[in-house]
Design a protein around this ligand. Structure first.
Ligand SMILES: Nc1ncnc2c1ncn2[C@@H]1O[C@H](COP(=O)(O)OP(=O)(O)OP(=O)(O)O)[C@@H](O)[C@H]1O
Ligand SMILES: [Mg+2]
Length: 380
């Protein structure tokens, strides 16, 4: 949970400082006012990079050389600062006054889920996006196991591909890299398979609350034939691998297949329905993370109302409330989300205008406060 947030020179946000609510934060404002940039800044605080671009230049305010995001995190207000320098593209991460070397340590501190117009690509785009989706879960639930094995897998795959490209396919070198690759691949497969098995019932439940899609199913594909061992598949596919110079089978080919009946969900569902499925997948990850880790992740939801009708906006908002996690939601018109929340929810509204962010007093909470102060006067 982010208790305090200060942003310096991220896009048009020269200097922004806010105290978010621990539950729902709505950022509204006109096009180009800076709403997505606030989410982008939180993403930089969480994983040291933007979700819009892999380059740092477009993110830093024109005219500035350094951008910084500072936050106080969790109950104990751990100070976390991330800054990027345009001149040498350097990255500095400070946690509790100490420099942090690894971005994966940072990511563990502030688990983030992004839902933005791009997240449609989770269903439409390449399997790489769906592998990242699975690996988000595996990383945050079993990071001690996942990260070292994943690094071993990448190294073995790289070495194997180099040998294939150079035609060095006889002798002990390929055999030993095959062995290393198979070991790491089987371990990664086991972790991913276990995660998807746990996620599936949670996803089905969330989806049933959002939409009537009984015949929608998710199925994990491990990257090679289910009936054969990877060892067998690699042996029988060696000629093809040599011809193309890379390894065809393995966890680098894994995918998550989302189907309606026997057809692909992407070919059948409407835009709004696709958005609901993507939201259900991400929310399911949030619920499962909470269940297994007893911790919350933070949701960054860019332009929640778009593509969704009022009943679906309401259903989605209620699910965020049910999860009780910290959420940052953007929209253009604040009225678009007005009747979506249960009365007891602490919804903090922020108006974003020309890169300035101002908190808007919540009328419901204002009237409670007014009633309380009247009561105090009466007692005096
Ligand atoms: N490097 C930069 N320096 C200064 N301003 C920038 C930079 N990059 C983008 N901008 C401007 O920052 C503003 C904020 O963009 P942002 O995408 O956050 O707007 P938004 O409120 O999400 O708008 P929309 O409702 O259209 O999605 C835009 O006006 C954009 O032109
Ligand atoms: Mg935007």
């Amino acid at each position: 949970m982010i208790q305090q947030l200060a942003i310096t020179d991220i896009r048009n946000l020269s200097s922004v400082s806010i105290t978010p609510s621990s539950s729902v934060n709505v950022l509204y404002g006109l096009n180009g006012s800076g709403k997505t940039s606030v989410l982008e800044a939180i993403h930089i605080l969480g994983v040291a990079r933007s979700f819009r671009t892999s380059r740092i230049k477009p993110v830093i305010n024109q005219g500035a050389e350094v951008c910084t995001v500072f936050g106080r995190i969790g109950e104990t207000l751990v100070p976390v600062g991330v800054s990027r320098n345009l001149r040498d593209e350097s990255l500095q991460i400070r946690v509790s006054g100490e420099n942090l070397k690894s971005t994966s340590d940072l990511a563990r501190l502030l688990p983030l889920q992004v839902i933005n117009p791009d997240t449609f690509r989770l269903l439409e785009g390449s399997p790489k996006l769906r592998r990242s989706f699975i690996d988000w879960g595996v990383f945050h639930v079993k990071h001690h196991d996942f990260f070292p094995i994943w690094k071993r897998l990448q190294k073995a795959l790289k070495q194997r591909n180099t040998l294939l490209r150079h035609g060095r396919i006889s002798g002990s070198e390929l055999t030993s890299w095959n062995l290393e690759f198979e070991k790491a691949a089987n371990a990664i497969d086991e972790l991913r398979d276990d995660y998807i098995q746990r996620l599936t019932p949670v996803f089905n439940e969330v989806l049933s609350e959002l939409a009537d899609m009984d015949n929608l199913s998710i199925q994990y594909y491990r990257g090679w034939d289910r009936e054969r061992t990877l060892h067998e598949v690699l042996s029988s596919g060696l000629t093809r691998d040599v011809q193309s110079g890379y390894t065809h089978a393995g966890p680098q080919r894994a995918d998550l297949r989302i189907r309606i009946g026997k057809g692909s969900a992407v070919d059948i569902l409407s835009r709004g329905q696709l958005k609901l499925v993507v939201c259900a997948l991400k929310l399911a990850q949030g619920f499962l993370y909470k269940e297994l880790q007893d911790k919350q992740c933070i949701f960054l939801v860019d332009d929640l109302p778009s593509e969704l009708d009022t009943p679906n906006r309401q259903k989605l908002c209620r699910l965020f409330q049910k999860m009780n996690c910290q959420t940052f939601i953007t929209c253009v018109e604040k009225e678009a989300l007005e009747h979506c929340w249960l009365p007891e929810t602490e919804v903090k509204m922020f108006h974003v205008k020309h890169g300035q962010v101002t908190v808007i007093p919540n009328p419901a909470q204002q009237s409670i406060r007014r009633a309380e102060s009247l009561e105090m006067i009466e007692h005096e």
